[in-house]
Design a binder for this molecule. Sequence first.
Ligand code: ADP
Ligand code: ZN
Ligand code: ZN
Length: 747
Amino acid sequence: MIFADVIIDISVKSLDRAFQYIVPADMEDNVEIGSLVAIPFGAGNRILKGYVIGLSVEPKFDLSKTKSIIGVEKQGVVAESHLLSLAYWIKENYGSTMNDAIKCVMPVKREIKEKLSRTIYPLVDKKEMLSVTEELKKKHNTARVRLTQAFLSLPEEEYFAGIDYSVAVKELKITASVLEGLKELGIIDISSKREYRGIIKAENIKSKRHILNDEQRNAAEGILNDYRNGIRKTYLLHGVTGSGKTEVYMDIIEGVIGEGGQVIVLIPEIALTFQTVNRFYKRFGERISVIHSRLSAGERYDQYIKAKDGGTDIMIGPRSALFTPFKNLGLIVIDEEHETSYQSEMPPKYHAREVAVKRAKMLGASVVLGSATPSLEAYHRAVKDEYKMYQIKMRAGNAVFPNVDIVDLRNELEKKNYSIFSERLSELMYEKLSRHEQIILFINRRGYAGFVSCRKCGSVIGCKHCSVSLKPHMVNGKVDRLKCHYCGYEIPMPPKCPECGSVYIGTFGLGTQQVEEMVKKKFPQAKVLRMDADTTGGKQGHERILKEFGQHKADILIGTQMIVKGHDFPDVTLVGIIAADLSLNSGDYRAAERTFQLIAQAAGRAGRGDKVGNVVIQTYQPEHYSIVCAASHDYVNFYKQEILARQMLQYPPISNILGVLVLSQNEKSAAQLSVKVYEIMKIYEDISILGPTDAAVAKTNDVYRKMVYGKCVDYNVLLSAKNSIEEFKEHDIVYKDCIINFEINYI
Ligand code: ADP
Ligand code: ZN
Ligand code: ZN
C-alpha cells in the first residue's frame, strides 16, 4: 500500500502539518509529488484540496483511522504543483529535507511589517559576520555577539532584509549604545525606509534602443525563431565583455513576451544595481518586477503573488527569483552564468543553472545562459551539443580590447622594487592620471592568505595528491602545519622554500586597505575610492561608491571582485591587477577557472568607451594558462587546457563529485560518523573516495566539520550513495547529535 503526505494549505507555515492519506490502488499511477488531490478532512469529512509532498510505503498512524484520497486533479495545471515537483527534484538531487526544498521554492506567507518600523541591516555578508562574531567573542562583547548571532541564524534569503529594531531591543536585549558601536564598525546600519522601488520609477523614460550588430542579431534571431517555432532549448550566449549581451537578452525577451510568454532574468546579486535594472526598466517599463535581498519577507511575498496573478511579465532578481510562479513561463535568462552566487550556500545546495534547466524542461520554456567567461560546465555541454551556442566576438559600439601587459613579480623583486606597483604599472598610472583618465586597481582576494608561497621563486606549496594548494593551519598566530582539504594530506610548515631554498616563504596576503595606503603615499594628488565587503558594506554603500566613481568624482577605485561586475565606466583606461595569482592557490579544483574568470572580467573593465585601455596583470605565475589566456581574451584555449586538467584528476564536468559534510558539536561523533559515511560510499565500487578529513573550515561556532568526498563518472551512482547515507542517518540512533549536509559538483 502507498501513502501520501498531503498539505492542505500551500503557505509554508503549515508544512509541519502534513496529513497522511492512503493512495487507492487505482490512483497509484496518477499520484505523484506535487499532485493536487481531493481529500476528506476533519471530523465532518469536508472535502478539501491538498498537495502531495511525500510518498511512502509506511503508515504513520493507525491504519484503520487513515483516510483515503478521493480524487486526483490533472498535473501541471497549477504553478504550485510543478514547484512542488521541482522541490522534490531538488531534494533528490542535492540532498536536503523536503521541508527545506519547499521553503526554497516558495516564500513564506507573512504578515507585512509596519512600513515605518526601523530595521537593522547587516552591512557585511554572512561569512564576514561569522568572523566578526569570532572576534567579538574573543573580546567577550556578549551583547554584540547576541546580535551578530541573531543575524547568522537568519535564513539566507532573509539575511539582508535585517532584523526588526524593536525585536532586537526587546528580545535580544540590545541597547542603543551597542547598536551604535556596531554601526561605527561598519557592520550594521539602521534605517526606516527601503529605497529601491522608488528610484526606478523616477527614471522611467523610454530610451532609444541600439541597432544590433550582425553577431548580436544572429544570436537574438536564432533563439527567437526557435521559440516561435515551438523549439525549446538551453542556449549559451558566449560573448566577450562589453559585447552587448544585455541588448540581445532584451530583444529575445521582447519577442517571448510578444508570444504571450513570461520571463525570469537572473542577475548576480552584486551586479543587481540600479544601473542594470534601469536598462531593463527603460525598455519594458511597468511590466518588470524586481526581487532583491533588501526586500522584506512581506514585500517578497507581494512580488510572488503579483507574478502569480499575471501582474507582471518579467521578474529580475538573484538566484531566488528562479522560483517565480509564472503561469506561462517562456524563458529564463541567466546573466553571468559562471558566477558563484548562483549556487546556494545552505541546504539544499542547489545550482540555479541546473534548476533553471530542469524547471524550463518541466514547463516547456527555454533557457539563455550568458557569459564572457562561461563556467566549464556550460561550455562543456555546449561543446557536446547539449546546449546550443551563439558567440559574439566583437565588442559592441566602437569599444576595442585593451592592451595587456603581464608583469612577472619575481623580476620586480630582482630589480629591488619591493613596492606593490611594478614599474610598468606605476608608469601607466602616472600617464593616465596626467591625462585625467580613471584607474581601477583590482585585488584578487579569493583565497586571501590561504596558502604558503615563496616570495623569491613564486612557487606555492601544494598537495602531492590533489593538485591544489595546502592550507595553512595556525597555532598561536603562526603557521604550524599545512593541510590538504580534499584528502587530508599534511606536512609541517617547512622552514625554507622546497623549490629554491629561500627563507622568504609565508602566507601571502594583501588587503584593499593596505593598497589604499600605498596608493595615497605614491600618488598623493589622486582622489581614491575604496570598495570591499569589509568596509563599504551593504548594497547602498556599494552603489554609492560605484556611482561616484562613474561620475568621475575620483581617479582611482580600489576593490575586490565586487568591482568587476555590472558597471560601465567609459573613462577607465587602466585596470591594474595587483596579484593575479592569489586565487590560483585557493585550494579548490576550480582555482584556475576562477582566476581566469576574475582576470578576464577585470580586464574587460578597461577601454569600454572610445579611448584605448590598458591592463597590467602582476603575477608570480606569468606562464600559467589561466593568466596567459585571460590576457589574450582566449576563452577557448583556456577551456581546452582546463578540461584536460579536469579529465586527468576526474573532476566535474568530466566526472561528478559528492561532498558529504558531517557536523556535530561532539568531535568524536563527527569523526566516527564520517568514517561510517566512508564505509557506505565504499560499497559502491565505482566511487573513488577522498577523506574523511577536516572540512576547509574545520570548526565554526563550536561545531566540528568533517568531510568525505566521492568521485564518480556516473552521476546516478553518486545519488544512490547519497540516498544510502541519508537512509542510514534516518534510521540511526547512535549519531543523533550529528547533521549531514550534501554538496554535489559545486564544491
Ligand atoms: P555585456 O553585457 O556583453 O558586457 P552590455 O550589454 O553591457 O555588454 O553592452 C556594453 C555597452 O555597449 C553598453 O554600453 C551598451 O549600451 C553598448 N551596446 C550594446 N549593443 C550595442 C550596439 N549594437 N551598438 C552600440 N552600442 C551597443
Ligand atoms: Zn622559492
Ligand atoms: Zn590532497
